[in-house]
Design a protein around this ligand. Structure first.
Ligand code: SF4
Length: 200
């Protein structure tokens, strides 16, 4: 595909994010994303149950160093979030919501590539093994048994790159804590899940 010649169509990508199901979407400079080595180490200690299960999580991702290299190359970013009742994340619907988050960032990435931003990359949350391949013993890519089963949706988790998501929410002007006065057991308590797409 040809390199981009048109101006960056921010509004189109923001509208796409909302039409795909995001509650909020914001355009920022990629350089505003804060990456911390210490945050990426949380995947290892205490070891996350998803550690090593898919190419989307450590130790199979390039981590903070890899993300910083991408930031040098890719100038723009679209950040998205889905606001939802906290209780949903503790219910059987969790997988569906996390799957939607992956589909949103993958959809924005695809559109950006179509626009000519051929190196654009989406990042979501959670392990694609748990979200998309929970019924399979192993990730097909890691077991070298073929291609990814869900290339149109599955994207790497931000955690493994040490992305400071709370700060990202602040940068976007979104409160990291919503309904802070409500207990998590409150059925009306709300929370969010977030993802981002580097554009370039
Ligand atoms: S096959 Fe694809 S979606 Fe499934 S765990 Fe592997 S990388 Fe993730």
């Amino acid at each position: 595909m040809e390199a981009v010649t048109e101006p960056y169509k921010t509004e189109e990508l923001l509208q796409l994010a909302v039409s795909l199901g995001a509650s909020d979407a914001r355009a920022i400079d990629a350089g505003q994303i804060c990456v911390e080595d210490a945050l990426a180490r949380h995947c290892l200690k205490p070891r996350c149950e998803n550690f090593g299960l898919s190419p989307s999580c450590p130790p199979h991702v390039s981590g903070p160093a890899g993300f910083r290299k991408l930031q040098e190359k890719l100038e723009h970013a679209i950040v998205v979030r889905i606001v939802l009742p906290s209780a949903v994340l503790f219910s059987a619907e969790r997988r569906e919501v996390m799957g939607l988050l992956h589909q949103i960032v993958a959809g924005i990435e695809r559109e950006a590539v179509e626009m000519g931003y051929v190196d654009s990359k989406g990042f979501a949350g959670g392990s694609c093994k748990t979200i998309f391949c929970h019924d399979h013993d192993a990730c097909r890519r890691l077991s070298e048994d073929g291609q990814c089963r869900h290339p149109e949706s599955a994207r790497p988790s931000m955690s493994g790159f040490g992305i400071n998501v709370s700060q990202l929410m602040q940068t976007c002007g979104w409160p990291a804590k919503i309904n802070v006065r409500r207990a998590e057991s409150d059925p009306e308590a709300m929370t969010w899940v977030a993802g981002l797409v580097l554009i370039g």
